[in-house]
Design a protein around this ligand. Structure first.
Ligand SMILES: Nc1ncnc2c1ncn2[C@@H]1O[C@H](COP(=O)(O)OP(=O)(O)OP(=O)(O)O)[C@@H](O)[C@H]1O
Ligand SMILES: [Mg+2]
Length: 337
């Protein structure tokens, strides 16, 4: 049975065909317009991932579709992201192991299951997002806080069973919305989330656009100054909700707090989060917080499906055992004749 791990995030789609190699691209879809010329003969109706991002960052009038917003699937084009992931991995899986926000509804899970079946001809296994990272790290009992782009998800597990959790509609997008407004006000340009990540994390990085025959730009220094002003306020809300979720839990369960999701890589986030929980538990991070959920979904699928295969083998054995006496009976009957 072939399966893949797939994490369609609000900002990045990640997928793995083997639990270690990961394909990653921005969750962006754009529809191509007919151009006067095509020098490479590469005109397409639809552009997904890096190609779509290049288009929207190089020309201001191209409209980008980002199919997910605040943990919700806003447009059917999210299936284009799934198809693109399978295409670049060259995979035709029977099972797609994936995740949704902790507080996703039953209806949303059913719809995702239906879309995966109809459009990808596969069975969907769906987990609460932070469970992917816990499984990847081999932690059956603990707390995981996943700071994603659209949502922050918290899950508490005890011996690999869900205890409680929450979804906060406050991911990196809250920070970025504020930064975007500042950049638009000061430089008069629109920046993408991908550009903001580079502006925050890369010294000397600049984003420029042409305006009325002149160049306008925004710089790492300018964006970082604003980021430093607002990051504590943002993280404080995530910290206080996490404290609310772990209130009253046994210290046996809250032995470790795992911090994951791309948001945990932003400057100062891990340090500040750790400081807030120093009296409670050790805060740890997976080796790569952006891809750990999808690797965990893969691992969960392999464990569950192996169990299923084992169960099938067991039931085959049992059937054989059941059949045997009948055959023996027949033999006896033949003998007695
Ligand atoms: N190498 C990095 N350094 C710093 N920040 C990063 C890095 N990679 C990603 N990020 C931040 O993490 C964010 C995306 O994180 P992630 O991929 O976990 O979100 P997502 O899964 O797309 O969102 P969601 O889970 O809410 O749907 C980016 O917008 C960026 O701010
Ligand atoms: Mg995510």
């Amino acid at each position: 049975m072939k399966f893949v791990g797939l994490d369609i995030g609000t900002n990045y789609t990640k997928a793995t065909p083997d639990g270690s190699k990961v394909a990653i691209f921005p969750s962006v879809v754009t529809y191509g317009e007919e151009k006067d010329w095509s020098l490479k003969g590469e005109e397409k109706d639809i552009y997904v991932g890096e190609e779509a991002l290049t288009l929207i960052q190089s020309q201001e009038n191209v409209e980008a579709m980002r199919p997910l917003h605040e943990g919700r699937i806003m447009s059917q084009s999210y299936m284009e992201l799934a198809k693109h992931a399978l295409k670049i991995m060259n995979a035709e899986p029977d099972v797609i192991s994936t995740g949704l926000p902790v507080k996703s509804s039953k209806k949303e899970r059913e719809e995702l299951t239906g879309d995966v079946k109809e459009q990808l001809n596969a069975k969907a296994l769906i987990f609460p997002e932070p469970v992917g990272t816990l499984a990847y790290m081999g932690i059956p009992t603990g707390v995981c806080v996943d700071i994603g782009f659209g949502t922050t998800d918290i899950a508490v597990l005890y011996q690999m069973e869900y205890v409680r959790g929450d979804t906060i509609l406050m991911g990196v997008d809250w920070l970025y919305n504020n930064l975007e407004v500042m950049v638009r006000k000061n430089a008069g340009i629109n920046v993408t989330p991908e550009e903001l990540t580079k502006l925050i994390t890369t010294p000397d990085y600049e984003v420029g656009r042409i305006r009325g025959g002149k160049t306008v730009k925004t710089t790492h220094k300018e964006v970082s100054a604003e980021y430093n002003k607002i990051v504590s306020n943002w993280l404080e809300r995530i910290v206080s909700r996490t404290k609310l979720i772990i209130e009253g839990l046994s210290t046996d369960i809250v032995d470790k707090i795992v911090l994951t999701g791309g948001g945990s890589l932003l400057p100062g986030v891990f340090e500040e989060f750790t400081r807030n929980f120093e009296d409670v538990a050790k805060v740890v991070m997976p080796d790569d917080p952006v891809t750990s959920n999808t690797k965990g979904y893969y691992k969960l699928a392999s464990v569950l499906l192996e169990n299923e295969v084992e169960k099938v083998k067991e039931s085959v054995k049992e059937t054989r055992v059941l059949i045997k006496p009948e055959k023996e009976k027949k033999k006896v009957k033949v003998k007695s004749k």
